[in-house]
Design a protein around this ligand. Structure first.
Ligand code: CA
Length: 244
């Protein structure tokens, strides 16, 4: 995601060496890190910075991590990954009342932690995009007739077929579904992740490259010049957009 602003991660840890290590590794991964070494400062910094993710130690001076988590949960919708030192803390952390999204027990591997961070941030991005897509889809479905018409390209949603200049296009089922999905969200930049999830489904174990391959096949069928596509354009660092 080269074009986007770096995501901000608030790191709350009272052990200076660990705080430094966490900060160093997050910055190296391209995130913006802000830090706090006690619970009260953590809440203040979270309010100021509105971070995209919080790494939160449980045992902290001034206000413990569980209380910080409870407080912030009421105020903002931010994913929180708790860092626990003892097994007996885990019960409280995963308990419903605190509401952390994930936890790791110390000592943890930095590689594993970074993987969890990436996974949590990806989940949040997908959820936000998903909400935007669902809203526009609902509006589109209400307004939509049985056909979507883009010049000489016509999608007949009742017969489930695509026509180009009145001749049916030989599309495979997934190509058709992908084309309809893109067309319903015309003008909207859609990430490969959201396309994969909406056209192939959550349980599909494939990679986002699947999306690229199907877009290439579609372009060969619907573009005048597949090498310089005018209908399905590539949005760098994100995915694709149907221009309609
Ligand atoms: Ca601690």
């Amino acid at each position: 995601m080269a074009n986007e602003r770096p995501e901000t991660i608030l790191v709350v840890e009272d052990e200076p060496a660990l705080l430094d290590t966490l900060e160093y590794n997050l910055v190296r991964q391209g995130y913006r890190a802000v830090t706090a070494a006690d619970g009260i400062t953590a809440v203040e910094r979270a309010r100021q910075e509105q971070p995209d993710l919080i790494l939160l130690d449980v045992m902290l001076p001034r206000m413990d991590g569980l209380e910080v988590c409870r407080t912030l949960r009421r105020e903002m919708n931010v994913p929180i990954l708790m860092l626990t030192a003892r097994d007996d803390e885990i019960d409280k952390v995963v308990g419903l009342e605190v509401g952390a999204d994930d936890y790791m027990t110390k000592p943890f591997s930095m590689r594993e932690l970074m993987a969890r961070v990436r996974a949590l941030l990806r989940r949040v991005r997908l959820m936000r995009e998903e909400m935007a897509v669902s809203a526009s889809e609902e509006a589109a479905l209400k307004a939509e007739a049985e056909r979507l018409v883009f010049g000489d390209l016509v999608l007949d949603l009742v017969r489930r077929e695509a026509l180009l200049g009145k001749s049916p296009l030989p599309l495979k089922p997934k190509e058709y579904e992908l084309l309809v999905f893109l067309a319903r969200h015309r003008g909207q930049a859609l990430s490969r992740d959201v396309i994969l999830e909406r056209v192939w489904g959550w349980d599909y174990a494939g990679e986002t490259r699947t999306v690229d391959v199907h877009v290439r096949w579609l372009r060969e069928k619907i573009e005048d010049d597949p090498g310089r596509p005018a209908r399905i354009t590539t949005i760098r660092g994100i995915g694709y957009r149907f221009e309609g």
